[in-house]
Design a protein. Sequence first.
Length: 766
Amino acid sequence: MDAKKIQFSEVFKSELSAIQERRANHKIYADPAAFNLPGFETCLPEPAARSDALNDVLTALNDEGQNKLWSAASDKDDYRAGLIGLAFSGGGIRSSSFNLGILQGVHKAGLFECIDYLSTVSGGGYIGSYLSSYYHRERKRREQRIDKTAAEISAAIPFPFKHVPGEKENDYFRHFRNNSNFLAPGGFFDLLIIPLMLLRGLIINLAVILPFLLATAVLMSYWLGRLPVNGKPSYVALHTYWYNSFELLPDNFPFPVTTMLAVALVLMSLAYPIMQMYLQKCHFGNTTNQRLRETLWRGMSWILVMAGVVFFIELQPLALVALENVLAKGIVQSFAAVSALAVIYGHKLTPKLSALLARLAVSILGIAGLLVIWILLLWLTSLLFNAANPDRYRFLYMLGAGILILYTALTVDVNFTSIHKFYRDRLCKAFMAGAEPPQLSQLDTTTAPYHLINTAVNVIRAPEEEAYKNGRYAGFFIFSKNYIGGMRTGYIPTRDMEAASRHVDLGTAMAISGAAVAPVMGKFTNPVLTFILGLLNLRLNYWLPNPWHLINKGARHFLGAREPFRRVGPWYLLREMFGLLDARSRYVNLSDGGHIENLGIYELLRRQCRLIIAGDGEADNALTFDGLAAAIRMARIDFGYHVEMDGLDEIRGGLQQHAIGTIFYPGGRIGKLIYLKSCLSGDNSLIATLSEDNYRTSPRRDDNLLFDDNAYIARYKNLHPDFPHESTGDQFFDEAQFECYRALGYSVAVSALTTPWRTPAPPRPV
C-alpha cells in the first residue's frame, strides 16, 4: 500500500536494545538479554512489608507455567517475557502532582528500578518529562567531568524525588514544587500575556480569512444590482435578468435555482417506483440492481447538497436587506447573550435541563462564529454598493486581498501564531529540571526508563479497512528516543525528524502531548466549534512534518524553501478550521494524547508489557473510570487483548484506592495491571447507591474524613469539596493544592504496594 513504511516491529526492536542497555547496569536481572522478569526479591522489601495485592500480583507473574508460555512466545514471535511499564495519565498539573506522589510510592516499594517503559499522556508528561530531563542532565554532567571514570559514568543516577524524614527536599524536588503555578509565575502581568496572545492570533487569523471575504464581496457586487424593491431604492435586489430568466416561475421569484433543484428531487422520488418496475422486468440481477439503486441515492444526495449551497447563495440579497434592520445588527449580541445565560444559570436548573442548555450554548457559540464572518461579508458587500465609484473600490478590494495573501504566505507560520509556543516555553521553564530541553535522540536510557510521550494525530476519516475507528477522529502517535510516529503515519527515526524540524525536542513533545484545547481534538471534536476555536486562536496543537511524507518523498522534497521562509503556511490553518485533516498531507495535526487515550497504557499493551502500573489523575468525580474503560475497549478491538478488573466497585464504594487487572495476551499468556486511582477512601457520593450493608460497613463517610490520616488533606477537602477531582482548567496551583495532590498520590501508591503504616480505622457507627 505504502511505498515505504517502517513497521512497528522495527521500532520495538530498537526500544528493546535501549532497555537491554539499562538492564545491563542493574543487578536485578539474571540475564538482561533474555528480558525476563527482574529478581523482585533483590530489590523489593520482604514479602511481609508488601501489600497483599502486590504479593498476589508477583505470585501470578512468577507462576512457573506462565514463565514457560512467555519464554516460548519470546523465542517464537519475538515477544519479551518480562517488560514492565509505568503509565501517568493526563489531567494537567493536577495529574502531574498526583503522579509525582505515585512515582515516590513506586520508588519506596522498590519497583522503580524494575521499570522498563515510562508512558505519559498530557499532564502526566510534565512529571515524566521532568524525570527524563533530570537523568539526561545528570548523565551529561558526569560525561563532562575531567576526572571521570567508566564506572562513574555507568553508575546509577540517584532518584530525584526521594524524601528522607528529617532532611530537606533536594533542589530538583524543590524546583518542581516551585513551578506548580507554571502558566503565570510572575502573577498579574503574566496573566495579561494570555489574552494578548489570543488577540494577536485572532488578528493574524482574520488576515488569513479576509482576502477570501474581499474577493467574495467583489463577486457578489457584480451579481447583485441596485433596483427598486417595494417602491424604495435598494442595492440588494437581484438583477432583473436573474429573476426573470426562468420563465416557468413568477416574476421576482426569490429562489429560482433552489426551487428547480427541489422540484428535481420530487420528480426523482416519484420516478423511483417506475424504475423498480423496470428493473424487475429486465432481470439485471441483484448486484446490478443494488448498484443502480446506490447510484440513484448518491445522485439525489448530491442534488440535496447543491440545493443547500445554492439556497445560501440566493439568500444573500435578503440577508443584505436584513442587515439594515436593527434586529439583524444585534443578532450576534443576542446569540452571545443566550450562550452566557445558558452557561451561568443552566446549572441551577434540573441536571437534564442544565445539560441540554450547555449543549445548546455550545451550538450557539459555534454558529455565532460563522454568523460573524457572514455579517462581515455582507457589510463589505454593502460598502461596495454604497460607494460613489464601485469599480474603484472593487480594485482596492482585490489589491488588498492580494497584499494580504502575499503577506500571510511569506510570513505566517501557524505553529508560531498559535499559543503553542507560549505554552511550550512555560512548560520548559517549569519542567525541564532547570535546563534547556534536550533533544529526544539524546535522552539517557542507561539509567532512566524508556520514555514514550503519547499524542494524538487528528484525522477525520480512517482508511476503509479501519472504518470502525472513524468515531475516534484520531490515531495514536508517539515521541521517543529512537522513533517518532504512529500506525497511521508510519514511523521515522527520531534523528531524521529532528533534522527536518529543528523545533522538535523533549519540550515540544511534552507541550504537544498536553495540547488540550484545539479546533480538532480527536474523540472530543465538536464540528460546531471547529471554526470558531480556530478563528479565536484557541490552538495549543501543532503541525509536525509527516513521517510518511518524509520517508516516501524525501527531506529535499519536504523541506522546500530554506530558512527563514520554511514554515507551516496559512493553508494549514484553513484546513484546521474546517476540519480537513488526514494522515497523508505534508504536515500532520497533533494534539493532546488524551484526545484518544488518556491513561497511557495503550502503547504498553501494544508492547505486551507483563506488568503495568498506572496512575490515574483524571478529574472523575462520578468515578466512571473513563480513561481506563476507553483503553480497555480499544485494546480489545485493536489487539484482541482482554482485561478483567478487580476492585473498581470497591473504589466506587470508598473502600480502597486501587484495583488489579488481569491482561489476557495471545497464547494463554497473562499480564497484570496495578491501577492507582486519584480518590479518597470513603470520599464518594455514590456510596449511597450501594447496598445498605456495604454502606454501613464502609470504614469512612465522605463528610467525615479522618484528620489523623493526613490533617492537611482533610482540611483541604473540607474547604474544596471537589478535591481530588478539581477542574483541569485550573492550572494555577498554590502550595497547599500542589502538596495535597502529591501527598494523595503517595498515599495511594504506598497503601496499594506496601503494608499500612498504621492499623486501619474501625468502622464508624452510622
